[in-house]
Design a protein. Structure first.
Length: 495
């Protein structure tokens, strides 16, 4: 467990300011399509079938590269690079967005920005705080981005009709917000290397930053549970870590090129530690699958479906308000559920399968309602429920994964999960949206995503039931079978 930074609350506040600005300068797919169609002489079909999908290979490539280097580079440089990409994307959009090739260049830059922030922004704070604060810190950083998205969605609805700003002036304000993120990223506190132990076999092993470690040292998570230093979920593959953890070898700081040279070995060990455990693997499967569904829905539902249901003009303006409402609703609920004492009291280890499964089922039902209804207001309500459940659950999943895996491997594991999510997103786009696949109508696409979410939820409910059965919650004693009551309480004492 890293020692608590004495100014960690100030660092978290600075990071949340960065998150608000990141969420504010967007752009969302809905606002991008509307802006380009009206001001850059592109057709709606060009944007949907040629431009928007260009972000997918950028996400896949960016995640592949960044998952290998973000932990080694200590997060802050990746946040700076992501901010530079954001500024560059807005420069291209404002002044050079005049050909299909340049639109794709913009999407590639925006994809790199998205990947950099997804890995470095959300994991940076873990280097500054105790594991017991992971959940509420994750809730705060996510809520900050969602608040920025709310302000970004609300600004055009207020400033343009009131003629306070023109559309070009509004785009310049987004560029200004992107520049502000770059400035804040530069003043973020530097993250120092974790302490490593160099042993007689001349191999170097990353060890959490604790100056003096004892054999049975424990840490406390947000649920108040005390775990072994390597996490609560050990496998036989953790022997390499346990063997060298208590060595008296000298602490050394690794150079950049040394870290890059050892990255493949360290990554393999981090991979085995995380994905060799069934509970962490279960959370990661939900993480990747839910992100794939969310990215696909976010790209096409507000842009295409709402426009068809309410007309392009109404879908544009009112749809922006709905995106803002969905964002602020998600932020408030996430902070209430996970950022307060309520979240720390929740027994996540006991109920995780039911919570993730039930949440996915609610998401699936919400998408099916959106697909079948002819009422635009009902569709908007279904969307708010869908995004609200997603953001509330993804905060918990990220925090719990970070608590269970080895320290300074968060970006690597999150990167693999996000890469798998982008592959699922690409598969959805190719199969149900693109001209090379089925090219389903938008309602059929939404039904497909809803069905996928339902199946995902049912699968996790089944896993939850199996876990409860394994833990003995569903095992009645003989006297219960004979007389209709149990002879022992759950704690094993006589009734």
């Amino acid at each position: 467990m890293p020692p608590r930074h004495k100014n960690w609350k100030g660092t978290l506040f600075l990071l949340c300011c960065l998150g608000v600005l990141k969420g504010f300068h967007g752009p969302s797919t809905l606002s991008l399509v509307d802006y380009v169609v009206e001001n850059k002489n592109f057709t709606f079909d060009q944007m949907i079938y040629e431009v928007i999908p260009a972000i997918i290979p950028s996400l896949m490539l960016s995640f592949t590269i960044l998952l290998m280097i973000t932990d080694a580079l200590n997060y802050k440089p990746i946040i700076v690079v992501g901010s530079i990409c954001s500024v560059s994307a807005w420069v291209v959009l404002i002044w050079f967005y005049d050909s299909v090739t340049l639109t794709r260049v913009h999407q590639w830059i925006h994809g790199a920005h998205t990947a950099a922030y997804e890995l470095a922004y959300y994991t940076y704070i873990y280097t500054q705080i105790d594991k017991s604060d992971y959940l509420r810190a994750t809730a705060a950083t996510h809520a900050a981005v969602l608040l920025g998205q709310f302000l970004s969605s609300l600004a055009p609805q207020i400033l343009l009709p009131a003629k306070i700003l023109t559309l070009p002036q509004l785009t310049y304000s987004y560029l200004g917000a992107a520049i502000a993120t770059l400035l804040i990223s530069l003043i973020l506190p530097k993250v120092f290397d974790a302490v490593v132990d160099e042993h007689n076999d001349m191999h170097v092993y990353t060890v959490p930053t604790v100056p003096q470690r004892r054999k049975n040292q424990v840490f406390t998570t947000s649920e108040g549970d005390d775990y072994n230093r390597t996490g609560d979920l050990q496998t036989p593959n953790d022997a390499w870590y346990l063997k060298y953890r208590n060595s008296n070898g000298p602490a050394v700081q690794k150079r950049f090129f040394q870290k890059m040279k050892e990255a493949p070995t360290q990554s393999r060990l981090n991979f085995v530690h995380a994905y060799g455990n069934m509970r962490i693997l279960k959370w990661c499967i939900w993480y990747a699958s839910s992100y794939g569904v969310f990215w696909q829905a976010e790209a096409y539902l507000p842009t295409v479906l709402w426009g068809e249901m309410g007309g392009r003009k109404r879908g544009k303006w009112d749809g922006g308000v709905v995106l803002g409402v969905g964002a602020v609703f998600s932020a408030v609920v996430a902070l209430i559920v996970w950022g307060t004492r309520l979240g720390r009291m929740f027994e996540w280890r006991k109920w995780d399968g039911y919570v993730l499964g039930g949440g996915s089922i609610v998401q699936g039902v919400g998408l099916l309602v959106v697909a079948k209804t002819a009422d635009l207001y009902v569709a908007w309500g279904g969307w708010v429920v869908f995004v609200g459940v997603f953001h509330v659950l993804v905060v918990a999943v990220k925090a719990k994964i970070a608590e269970a895996i080895l320290e300074r491997s968060e970006a690597f594991i999150f990167g693999i999960n996000s890469l798998m999510g982008s592959i699922i997103y690409a598969s959805f786009t190719f199969v149900i949206t693109s001209r090379f696949g089925l090219q389903l109508g938008i309602r059929e696409q939404t039904s497909f995503l809803g069905g996928f979410a339902l199946l995902l939820g049912i699968g996790f409910i089944i896993l939850g039931i199996l876990k409860w059965k394994k833990d003995g919650h569903f095992t009645p004693c003989a006297k219960f079978l004979e007389k209709g009551k149990c002879c022992k309480r759950r704690d094993g004492q006589a009734a």
